[in-house]
Write a protein that binds this ligand. Structure first.
Ligand code: FES
Length: 256
């Protein structure tokens, strides 16, 4: 199949970028989107031109690295990662527009590669368990209901790709942060520090320059792992609890 690609090219974060058009004449419908760019890059290198920079690692839908905006959607028209998107999704002769994530907190490093270290800093701000939980207990020793285990697992499937931020008109990171808050807050080991953790992660999220949530649900619709906005409601409850608790402590415990 033949494809026309309009790709965002940008040398570095300090230079202005622009779209450049390329023709890919021998794309197989069974190629992944990244393999199609590999073919184009091989051609560009042969011609002595600079290849297109893009992020990738596992190519199995696990690592969340392959962030790019395809035809107006994060990761393209299907609710999956770019590495799991195949060329058969597109029509022969189609023009496909490819851009990097657009968000102040994700500056473009080069072409389609953005700096997503803001997500790492949010997780570092509170996303781990500090308390001594002893040795590794047997799996069945701490009873956890199936519903709670499933909800925690669903939250933990977030791969931190940033599609939620890219999909949101406010560039809000609340779906990502709420998934990370939830995966710990739901399980017994993470409950000791749950409120403090939510408070610190939300503070870091704001400091990184992400926008606020205005409930458009675009994040849930585009998330390749189907993370639910119910996690945002949980994070808001955790955060509110943290605020009330710290107000209570600072006012001498009387709560007046
Ligand atoms: S390259 Fe790892 S999720 Fe796509």
């Amino acid at each position: 199949m033949k494809i026309k690609l309009k790709v965002w090219r940008q040398k570095n974060k300090d230079t202005k970028g622009a779209f450049k058009t390329y023709n890919v004449d021998h794309a197989s419908p069974d190629m992944s989107f990244l393999e199609m760019i590999d073919v184009l890059n091989t051609d560009l290198i042969r011609k002595g031109e600079e290849s297109i920079a893009f992020d990738h690692d596992c190519r199995e839908g696990i690592c969340g690295m392959c962030s790019m905006y395809i035809n107006g959607h994060p990761h393209g028209p299907l609710q999956t990662t770019t590495c799991q998107l195949h060329m058969r999704t597109f029509k022969d002769g189609e023009t496909i527009t490819v851009e990097p994530w657009r968000a102040k907190a994700f500056p473009v490093i080069k072409d389609l590669v953005v700096d997503r270290s803001a997500f790492d800093r949010i997780q570092q701000a509170g996303g781990y368990v500090n308390v001594n939980t002893g040795g590794v207990p047997d799996a069945n020793e701490i009873p956890i209901s199936k519903r709670i285990a499933d909800e925690a697992f669903d939250a933990a499937t977030c791969i931190g790709c940033g599609a939620c931020v890219a999909a949101c008109k406010n560039a809000s990171a609340m779906l990502f942060v709420s998934a990370k808050v939830s995966q710990f807050a739901l399980l017994p080991q993470g409950q000791v520090e749950r409120m403090e953790r939510a408070e610190k992660m939300v503070a870091q999220m704001d400091a990184e320059g992400f926008g606020s949530c205005t409930n458009t649900y675009a994040c849930e619709a585009e998330c390749p792992k189907g993370i639910k906005v119910a996690n945002i409601a949980r994070m808001n409850r955790e955060y509110l609890g943290a605020m009330i608790t710290s107000y209570d402590a600072s006012s001498g415990g009387g709560g007046e």
